[in-house]
Design a protein around this ligand. Structure first.
Ligand code: COA
Length: 325
């Protein structure tokens, strides 16, 4: 039997219009452009306008990916959307986007794996295609993370931004996604979380009902670097490849120093690493597909090249995909 692969046939992305630079932040938070740039590599982030939602950004990114692929929404048989900031509690944002695209009838669901959401969604979609269940799948990673940010908390507010990215996958006899690796360890939940919700309740005596990101930055940094080191090794092994066969590393865009550490581990020069954290900051599930679309549209990533995608986030969750573009 011929092996079925999931191939990326189109990419797209969307960012809110409003840009907030580090200099803008300096005006209302006790921080500095220099501190933010040196610690994280971030220079600016996009911030959703009032009323602009994860679903809005997702729909735009998805339409661009469908156009690039030359695929009609009605041809899709599955939509998987990674997000931790859904528009509403239910229906899922994937369902909202499905209807707006006109893909009514296909399976559609969200995946909440925080910053690893897109790579998790890609891993799920890959399995649907490999099993023969689906032929054309839309995978989206999207967030309006600034809705969970308290602008007076300098430890977190400088780090995050909003945005969405999407890919269309098609079943093919040509590679394709070679391997995906997905992991989680809920034992680390308190290092990066937003511990309010429908079931445990909200905090009505706190601003925004207690909805805000809490993070132990230094600890997250240490675990992320160590975990990503072993993740990239595991992924190469799963795909039966050497690091020297990789053309591009497309990492989660949280922090330039974490990205540099992973590149070093792979012996890859920074010229082979896609970096958008300076322009987008950390857009959680949006970050990897935004970076991928940027890399494709700028002409950096070309057909036939091998890409290693990886992400790390709240949960903790961590995930990777090694694919031929
Ligand atoms: N501007 C200026 N100073 C700030 C600041 C800001 N935005 N945020 C924190 N500081 C201060 C702290 O108060 C502290 O001051 P003190 O020494 O007087 O106590 C000092 O800077 C150092 O803080 P620390 O948290 O130890 O800094 P750090 O070098 O660890 O850098 C992060 C902080 C958040 C940039 C870094 O830990 C990080 O990137 N962690 C990973 C976070 C991440 O990627 N999360 C998402 C994963 S998906």
């Amino acid at each position: 039997m011929t092996q079925i692969y999931a191939r990326i046939v189109g990419t797209g992305s969307a960012l809110p219009e409003r840009v907030l630079t580090n200099a803008d932040l300096e005006k209302f938070v006790d921080t500095s452009d220099e501190w933010i740039r040196e610690r994280t590599g971030i220079r600016q982030r996009h911030v959703a306008a009032e009323g602009e939602t994860t679903g809005d950004l997702s729909t735009l990114a998805a339409q661009r990916a469908l156009d690039a692929a030359g695929v009609k929404a009605s041809e899709l048989d599955l939509i998987v959307l990674g997000t931790t900031t859904p528009d509403i509690i239910f229906p899922s944002t994937a369902c909202l986007v499905q209807h707006r695209l006109g893909a009514n009838g296909c399976a559609a669901f969200d995946v909440n794996a925080a910053c690893s959401g897109f790579v998790y969604a890609l891993g799920v979609a890959d399995k649907f295609i490999r099993s023969g269940q689906s032929k054309k799948v839309l995978v989206i990673g999207a967030e309006t993370l600034t809705r969970m940010v308290r602008w007076e908390e300098r430890e977190t507010c400088v780090l995050f931004g909003d945005g969405a990215g999407a890919v269309v996958l098609e079943a093919s006899s040509e590679p394709g996604i070679y391997a995906t690796c997905l992991h989680a360890d809920g034992g680390y939940k308190e290092l990066l979380w937003n511990p309010v919700g429908v079931s445990v309740g909200f905090k009505d005596d706190e601003p925004n009902h207690g909805v805000r990101i809490r993070m132990a930055g230094r600890e997250v940094f240490k675990v992320a670097v160590k975990t990503l080191d072993s993740l990239v090794e595991e992924t190469l092994k799963a795909a039966g490849m050497e690091a020297s066969q990789l053309d591009w590393l497309i990492p989660h865009q949280a922090n330039l120093r974490i990205i540099e550490a992973t590149a070093k581990r792979l012996n890859m020069p920074m010229e082979q690493v896609i970096v958008t954290v300076d322009k987008h900051a950390n857009t959680s599930a949006g970050s990897v597909p935004l970076a991928l679309d940027f890399a494709v549209r700028s002409g950096k990533v070309k057909r036939g090249q091998n890409l290693l995608l990886e992400a790390f986030g709240g949960g903790f969750t961590w995930a990777s995909a090694l694919l031929r573009y």
